[in-house]
Design a protein around this ligand. Structure first.
Ligand code: SF4
Length: 378
């Protein structure tokens, strides 16, 4: 039976962070209830599309799912279980902001959620303030304690390097503080300044003091070194896990597995078709019972696009790309398409080969932008 993942987008946040270009905004409580009702209509409207599939991962992202009314989330889960065949051991992840962990949230987590992803970002309060986060590091510590007491045995902490005025030393402080909380998984992303954000505005005004490139590289090296020493494996450029705790939902993205997205702006990939939902809230409210009306930028991927994505995403992972899996998916070995490039990258120490897999070496990861561009097909 085909395996599928579900992504549920909750676009609401207490306030907008200075670096954020996600589809997120503050909203009143009644809007959140209306949103949940619309999402339930959408879920029920999609049940037929995945009749022959079993759901093995669900991800509640945002925005901040933990500021939704918990009664509304319970109703959404009822619709999910009514509409889809969900594997008993499905990985169910909820993103949370450390400033929003309440009794009601903990009770919901206890009933439905196996994995929590906590947006800690930094252990340095001045950096959190700079980012515009609503929480302190003490809030994050308290949240971890409460989540553990509620039975969460699979915890991710999101961290961010490259914050304005951050130093290699302060990043080390964050990494050490995160490790001391003993999470099963750490995602360590580097800040990127996006258009239409407060940080972009400050940057244009010359008032954003980002760490220089050498410090950024040093931070990346330090992340890897410190987390490996602490018992984590790096299984993707920015993701580290204890054995057995890789994020199955994200692995699905990197392996180009099928997933359905619900909610405002949510993306889906199903049987080589990719699309995203409308980003217009009014339109979403009005048409969610007829999901076809929500679809925007539907794209039927051709074989060439699928092959390129398989290489780009696969080479982000430490496991790399398996020739047997590639051959099964596309009917030919990657050597037939990329023989010259692969040979050159191996000779240059950018790529390694083990068994039937190729993967980037540490040097290849450092200049991955350049390396991966070679896997575009003419
Ligand atoms: S909490 Fe996350 S989604 Fe919300 S504004 Fe901040 S970065 Fe964006």
């Amino acid at each position: 039976m085909n395996e599928i993942g579900l992504y549920l987008h909750f676009p609401f946040c207490v306030k907008k962070c200075a670096y954020c270009d996600f589809l997120s905004f503050p909203a009143a409580e009644d809007v959140k209830h209306i949103y949940a009702a619309a999402m339930i209509r959408e879920i029920r409207g999609y049940a037929h599309a995945a009749r022959d599939s079993v759901v093995t991962s669900i991800f509640l992202g945002g925005g901040t799912p933990s500021i939704m009314p918990m009664r509304a989330l319970r109703e959404i889960f009822k619709a999910l279980y009514d509409s889809f065949q969900i594997a008993p051991d499905a990985e169910i992840t909820m993103e949370m902001n450390p400033g929003t962990v309440s009794e009601a949230v903990l009770s919901f987590v206890f009933d439905y959620i196996g994995r929590v992803s906590l947006g800690v970002q930094s252990a340095v309060d001045s950096e959190l303030k700079m980012l515009g986060r609503i929480h302190s590091f003490a809030d994050a510590e308290r949240s971890v304690r409460l989540l553990r007491e509620s039975g969460v045995r699979n915890l991710n902490l999101d961290l961010m390097s490259g914050i304005p005025d951050q130093t290699v030393e302060s990043w080390k402080e964050t990494l050490e503080a995160a490790v001391s909380l003993k999470p099963e998984h750490i995602s360590a992303y580097s800040l990127s300044v996006e258009e239409h954000t407060e940080f972009r505005r400050l940057q244009k005004a010359g008032r954003l003091h980002l760490p220089d490139e050498e410090s950024e590289r040093e931070m990346y090296r330090l992340t890897k070194e410190l987390l490996l020493q602490s018992g984590y494996e790096q299984y993707e450029f920015s993701n580290y896990a204890r054995e057995g705790f890789r994020c199955r939902h994200n692995m699905r993205y990197w392996k180009r597995g099928d997933y359905l997205g619900f909610g405002l702006g949510a993306s889906s990939l199903l049987r080589s078709s990719r699309w995203h939902n409308t980003r217009n809230l009014e339109h979403y409210f009005e048409h969610s019972a007829d999901p076809g009306q929500l679809v925007r930028e539907m794209e039927q991927l051709d074989k060439r696009a699928e092959i390129e994505e398989t290489m780009f995403l696969g080479l982000r992972m430490s496991d790399g790309v398996s020739d047997a899996e590639f051959t099964e998916a596309f009917g030919l070995s990657y050597r037939e398409l990329y023989g010259e490039v692969i040979g050159r990258h191996i000779a240059d120490g950018l790529l390694a080969e083990e068994g039937d897999r190729i993967f980037l070496t540490p040097r290849g990861v450092e200049i991955s932008n350049v390396v991966l561009a070679d896997y575009l097909l003419e």
